[in-house]
Design a protein around this ligand. Structure first.
Ligand code: ADP
Ligand code: DP6
Ligand code: CO
Length: 321
């Protein structure tokens, strides 16, 4: 057999964060999370299953990489399909890799779709979300477009994402302030595990996030951008509090991240509806309206450089290309 399929998936940024696993092998999280899939950032991945290959190979942005996570993921796909055939995986990130812009989300959503199709599995979106989750938790959400919730579930069968609003028709989008696109020192996986293991605030993170999620869904149903932004900003800072309170402590903030968050706050004081969120990396994302984006870009360009401000509107789910 020789079968080649290409897929594209977009990244997503969480408004309610996933930060910690109950089951690290199956990737079952401690809490539900909720995100916005973004049009601007994505991954294209081509998978070729080929009988004549004697090993798996993986190329990221044309560079051959020995990535055990990718090979383990291919094992899961082979197991599901009951086929023993090696694959060549070629992937291109249209998003900085490992910089807190969710490359693992677009990566494993694209890989789940391309690999499962190439091996001959026909999975539903729910099954694809479950499969993508095994590669990277946040990838479960990138199977869908728009606003998406990952229901934590208890086991492999019932932990998957569901779309809340696949076609976002109201005025919400993000601006990413690119502060540093280099690879982070502490990847998301080890950062969250260390927070779970050592932060005395971890339990409160989970507990308060459950209420944040309820409030967030209410704000989304009312299309209340200010409420959505407020809840998201507060939820993100509580997540980062678990890194600062870990032992030993660590942080994804750098001085420019703080400068960016301060700039968003001062725009807000001047009457603009804008809020910030941060993930496992120094780059700051602004939650705002399309209508006020030109004004925000104008104000932030002198501070961060126009080229470092990337506008990301709501994006679509994973597709075969
Ligand atoms: P990010 O904030 O970018 O999601 P993570 O620490 O969560 O950072 O994940 C980074 C990891 O995701 C990389 O080390 C790599 O293992 C994986 N990854 C990123 N892009 C790809 C890709 N296109 N294909 C396969 N794996 C990828
Ligand atoms: C801060 O999904 O990258 O971006 O499941 O270990 O691959 P693994 O981690 P990952 O974690 C994302 C953490 C976050 C918050 C979020 O996207 O919900
Ligand atoms: Co990630």
């Amino acid at each position: 057999m020789k079968n080649k399929v290409s897929a594209r998936a977009h990244t997503n940024i969480a408004l309610i964060k996933y930060w910690g696993k109950q089951d690290p092998d199956l990737i079952i999280p401690y809490n539900n999370s909720l995100s916005l899939t973004l049009e601007h950032f994505y991954t294209d991945t081509t998978v070729t299953f080929d009988d004549t290959l004697s090993e798996d190979t993986f190329f990221l942005n044309d560079q051959r990489i020995n990535d055990k996570k990718v090979f383990h993921f291919l094992d899961l796909v082979r197991e599901k399909a009951q086929k023993n055939v090696f694959a060549k995986v070629e992937s291109t990130n249209h998003v900085p890799t490992s910089a807190g812009l969710a490359s693992s989300a677009s990566a494993y959503a694209a890989l789940a779709l391309a690999a499962s199709s190439a091996i001959g599995l026909q999975l539903t979106k729910r099954e694809l979300s479950r499969l993508a989750r095994r590669g990277s938790g946040s990838a479960s959400r990138s199977i869908f477009g728009g606003l998406v919730e990952w229901e934590k579930g208890h086991n492999d069968e019932d932990s998957f994402a569901v779309p809340i609003e696949e076609n976002v028709t109201w005025d919400i989008q993000m601006i990413a302030i690119m502060i540093n696109s280099h690879e982070k020192e502490i990847d998301s996986r080890s950062g969250m595990q260390h927070s779970v293991d050592t932060s005395p605030f971890y339990h409160d993170w989970v507990k308060t996030t459950e209420q944040d999620l309820i409030n967030m869904k209410d704000a989304i149903s009312k299309r209340d951008l200010a409420k959505v932004g407020q809840i998201a900003e507060n939820n993100a800072m509580k997540m980062h509090a678990t890194t600062l309170s870990a032992n030993p402590s660590f942080t994804y903030f750098n001085p420019d991240s703080i400068r960016a968050m301060d700039a968003v706050k001062s725009l807000r004081k001047s009457g603009i509806t804008c809020y910030f969120t941060m993930d496992a990396g120094p780059n700051v994302k602004i939650i705002c309206s399309k209508a006020e984006t030109p004004y925000i870009l104008n104000k932030l360009s002198p501070l961060f450089g126009a080229d470092n401000l990337l506008v990301a509107k709501p994006g679509p789910g994973a597709t075969i290309i």
